[in-house]
Design a protein around this ligand. Structure first.
Ligand code: APR
Ligand code: ZN
Length: 260
């Protein structure tokens, strides 16, 4: 680790130690070390597939787009059911354990923050979660694992077993509004935190990407941990363009020393 990296890590650790209401904002980049590809990084999913397939309009009205969607989903290329948290997720869970975390605001649908130990009521999902699928006709819900089993059994486009209605995962598709309560709550918590730490997001998808900006407007400090630069870097107190796992582990090692 270079001396500059060490200096930046020390700076983020100092910001955490002197804060009491930390909001962590995460994107797909926090889960790549768990084996889930991101979207816009090198080799990311949108470098291989047309995000057009994932608009809510196409999914609802184009049977071919639905078939492609479920084929990709079932291929395990997107979210693997056996996927495990990595050191970056555990570092965020530790922030909660030591009483520093106000909440995690995540764009991810993989459920890894809860799996790493964050309390569900401390995790705000802006883009939904992959756990459940809902029938748009009768409203029945099914677990995604059950739907994956139907796909593995040869079903190309799963419909509701009860009413043959259209089944849609509980994630936010492009062109679909974000959940109202989660969006308002994420804004409120961002505006009232004293430190916002962005981990693994290109900060290009709105309105989610507004959250770190709300934090700045509320007077919070901002740290960005992301392999690639983001447009918000110039406004941050600290930017670390390294892997989230090793960076967050190094930061928490210093925090632990200082507060324990
Ligand atoms: N450590 C640090 N940064 C990483 C790592 C890592 N191990 N792996 C990837 N990154 C960085 C990439 O360089 C990239 O800048 O994480 C960022 C991920 O950005 P995106 O792929 O754009 O993911 P995200 O910001 O979460 O996208 C937002 O877009 O497609 C929609 O709904 C989807 O929620 C997603 C939203
Ligand atoms: Zn139904």
């Amino acid at each position: 680790m270079t001396s500059n990296e060490q200096f930046l890590i020390q700076k983020v650790a100092d910001l955490i130690v002197t804060s009491s209401k930390v909001v962590v904002f995460t994107g797909a980049g926090i889960s790549t070390e768990s084996g889930i590809p991101d979207f816009r990084g090198p080799g990311g999913l949108w470098t291989k597939y047309d995000p057009e397939i994932f608009t809510v309009q196409r999914f609802l009205h184009d049977p071919e787009a639905r078939k492609t969607y479920w084929k990709l989903r079932g291929s395990g290329e997107f979210v693997h059911s056996d996927v495990q948290p990595n050191p970056a997720h555990y570092a965020v869970a530790e922030l909660e354990k030591i009483g520093k975390l106000d909440c995690v605001i995540t764009q991810n649908v993989d459920g890894l923050h809860e799996k790493a130990g964050n309390s569900p009521d401390k995790v705000i999902h802006l883009h939904g979660t992959m756990e459940k699928v809902k029938c748009l006709q009768c409203g029945r819900q099914y677990s995604m694992d059950e739907v994956y089993r139907w796909i593995a059994g040869g079903i190309e486009v799963p419909d509701c077993p009860e009413c043959s209605g259209l089944l849609k995962p509980q994630v936010v598709f492009f062109g679909e509004a974000m959940p109202a309560w989660e969006t308002a709550e994420a804004q409120r918590r961002s505006e009232n935190c004293d430190l916002c730490i962005v981990i693994g997001s290109s900060l290009v998808v709105y309105p989610a990407a507004l959250m770190p900006q709300y934090a700045l407007q509320g007077g919070a400090r901002l740290a960005i941990i992301n392999r690639e630069p983001t447009d918000l870097d110039p406004s941050a107190d600290v930017c670390i363009h390294e892997g989230a796992g090793k960076t967050m582990s190094a930061i928490m090692a210093i925090v632990r020393e200082k507060i324990c």
